[in-house]
Write a protein that binds this ligand. Structure first.
Ligand code: SF4
Ligand code: SF4
Length: 315
């Protein structure tokens, strides 16, 4: 492509790119995972929180048990093949309905993945968590954020005095046989191999039952640079890049959120775009089953290009 386009002209028309090409889209193939964002309030205010959570940010308010039930009922009514429920925040354990919500999902036979910083809000639910684990065993997975195996770097992201409470929570989960995995960050520039080696030593030293070399047990996430220049994705990109639309998260999942001031929750295209109203697909799962036009830099950077080089990048 020789036509230069200014950054501000990109990601404007959902159907057409700034260069006038047809924008790529993704059809919902099967709703495998339904995510619930249980609210953006968090006990922390991490430097690079992708959803900008803080102890004061309630842009997405707490979902109630009844609201979660209405979506689980829709899954049953529409005979959807959804097998997994994901719960994210904010810090989900700050939501007063979190235990009934978790119990409801597990009771209906879903696998449940919940993301947490494993600090005090989670530990306040210690007894309830043990009961859920006793009743539903391996159907429950808890993903703990440990940004780095070095305390100093973890606290650089999460704030001072965030390490010890996390370690307490992580040890509790590991010692009691919960299914756990870890979300780390790559922001300090080490290679993947170096990071996995460092985490391996850290897990062994603290007796944490995690295989640092298993990509599912230790997931390493890159940072989202909101200002980075990225190309727009056209329908031609799939073939050029050898990437399939069906492999995008929005081909197999959706996320329910409740915006402050709204009467009802909405269904967003994916977990990465919690606020952008272009990606608000409607109030019900049925309405949200339409295709998603990839009109956001995250679509290019995190999903289609996956952080790698692109042969159709702007030159
Ligand atoms: S703990 Fe998670 S949700 Fe809370 S501020 Fe940090 S990254 Fe954001
Ligand atoms: S960021 Fe874009 S491409 Fe990625 S899952 Fe979300 S909507 Fe789909």
């Amino acid at each position: 492509m020789s036509i230069e386009v200014a950054e501000k002209e990109k990601f404007f028309d959902p159907l057409v790119t700034a260069k006038g090409e047809q924008r790529a889209w993704v059809n919902l193939k099967e709703l495998k995972t339904l995510w619930f964002n249980t609210g953006t309030l968090c006990n922390l205010a991490c430097v690079n929180c992708y959803i900008e959570s803080t102890p004061k940010n309630d842009a997405l308010v707490y979902l109630t048990h009844a609201e979660v039930v209405s979506y689980l009922d829709e899954i049953a009514r529409e005979n959807l093949t959804t097998g997994e429920i994901g719960i994210t925040g904010g810090e989900p354990f700050m939501n007063p309905d979190i235990i009934p919500i978790m119990g409801e999902c597990l009771d209906r036979g879903f696998r449940l993945l919940i993301l947490t910083n494993a600090m005090r809000p989670m530990m306040k639910c210690e007894k309830d968590l043990l009961e859920l684990k006793y009743k539903y065993g391996a159907a429950l997975t808890i993903r703990v954020s440990v940004d780095h195996f070095k305390r100093k770097l973890h606290e650089e992201e999460r704030g001072s005095r965030s390490w010890e409470p996390m370690m307490l929570g992580l040890k509790f989960l590991s010692d009691n046989g919960f299914n756990i995995d870890i979300a780390g960050r790559t922001r300090w520039g080490e290679s993947e191999q170096e990071l996995r080696k460092g985490f391996d030593v850290f897990f062994k030293e603290h007796g944490i039952r995690i295989d640092a070399h298993d990509k599912k047990q230790l997931m390493l996430f890159p940072e989202m640079d909101e200002n980075a220049s990225v190309p727009e994705i056209t329908t031609a990109c799939w073939g050029i890049l050898g990437v399939k639309p069906d492999d995008m998260m929005c081909a197999s999942s959706r996320m329910v959120v409740k915006r402050k001031g709204d009467d009802k929750p909405s269904v967003m295209a994916c977990t990465l775009l919690a606020y952008d109203q272009q990606f608000n697909m409607g109030k019900t799962l049925k309405e949200a089953s339409k295709s998603v036009h990839l009109n956001h830099p995250h679509c290019a950077k995190f999903c289609v290009l996956g952080g790698g080089a692109c042969s159709v990048s702007e030159k």
